[in-house]
Design a binder for this molecule. Structure first.
Ligand code: 2AM
Ligand code: CA
Length: 267
């Protein structure tokens, strides 16, 4: 892909993250009228807002780049022929969103044959826009951002876990982190916590089982902010859940050892 095409795609992704975020915010302000469906569990929810925001973003991507593939949480995978795959979550943090909490965002990422390439995350309540493109650095509202310096104790660690992961495995991970003197927090949006790693607000983020749409944009942000990531599977694995881990460079190895995601690929 030429740099010109990267630039065009990035410009569109920024525009769509903002437009999608504005639409999500509009629904958020009248969320009492939304019909909430519980997919399986109280943390696993969906509403018309999720579907409509994804439709807005997908329609524009399909119109402008018809040969690109698109994978979205609510409407699945449409195949493409360009080798470029958009990976998006219209609302990451649907549980906080539907409960009136501020921790949610629109996440638009993409990968090409060389790996994660574009990442845009917009958090409407905070009016914070995180943008990264491979080789061009990462920004927050236009200002450059960097991951933290120092080890795993240099800042707060973000943690995620959902009910599909065995409770004793989550408990063991938290026990080991606390025994190592790590301070952790949990928030409802994995994508937003990954963006905060890139911005140096968190030292890292780990979740045993997430989907590509929750992490692709955040992964580009972390890489471009000088951090490290546990690569998400490509090919058929892109549509399946996998462990997610991103951290500042000095914290990565220890976090990966403690979480031990490598030895449990079927989580
Ligand atoms: P969502 O809000 O788009 O559903 C929080 O730990 C993260 O986990 C969020 O990014 C959330 O994304 C995601 N999540 C919620 N339920 C999940 C499930 N059952 N499996 C995988 N990820 C889930
Ligand atoms: Ca979602």
């Amino acid at each position: 892909m030429t740099n010109d095409m990267n630039a065009e795609r990035l410009k569109l992704a920024v525009d769509l993250a903002r437009r999608g975020g504005d639409l999500a915010l509009d629904y958020f302000r009248r969320r009492d009228a939304l019909v909430v469906e519980t997919k399986r569990h109280v943390t696993d929810l969906v509403s018309e807002a999720d579907r409509e925001v994804e439709t807005l973003i997908r329609d524009a991507l399909e119109k402008t780049f018809p040969e690109d593939a698109i994978l979205g949480e609510e409407h699945g995978l449409s195949e493409g022929s360009s080798g470029f795959t958009w990976v998006l979550d219209p609302i990451d943090g649907t549980a906080p969103y539907l409960n009136g909490l501020p921790g949610w965002c629109v996440s638009i990422g993409a990968r090409d044959g060389d790996g994660p390439v574009l990442g845009v995350i917009y958090a409407p309540i905070l009016d914070e826009l995180f943008v990264a493109c491979r080789g061009q650095g990462a920004t927050l509202n236009g200002e450059p951002i960097r991951a933290l310096d120092g080890d795993l104790r240099a800042g707060l660690l973000g943690i995620g876990a959902n009910d599909r992961v065995a409770s004793d495995r989550v408990g063991r991970m938290l026990t080991e982190l606390m025994d190592a003197g790590v301070g952790w927090m949990r928030y409802g949006s994995g994508a937003l916590m990954l963006a905060w790693v890139a911005a140096g607000r968190l030292v890292g983020y780990a979740e045993p089982r997430m989907n590509a749409w929750d992490c692709m944009a955040g992964y580009v942000l972390i890489l471009e902010a000088g951090g490290r990531i546990l690569p998400f599977p490509d090919g058929p694995g892109l549509t399946l859940p996998a462990p997610v881990l991103g951290a500042s460079a000095g914290a990565y190895d220890e976090l990966r050892d403690i979480c031990d995601f490598g030895s449990a690929p079927d989580w």
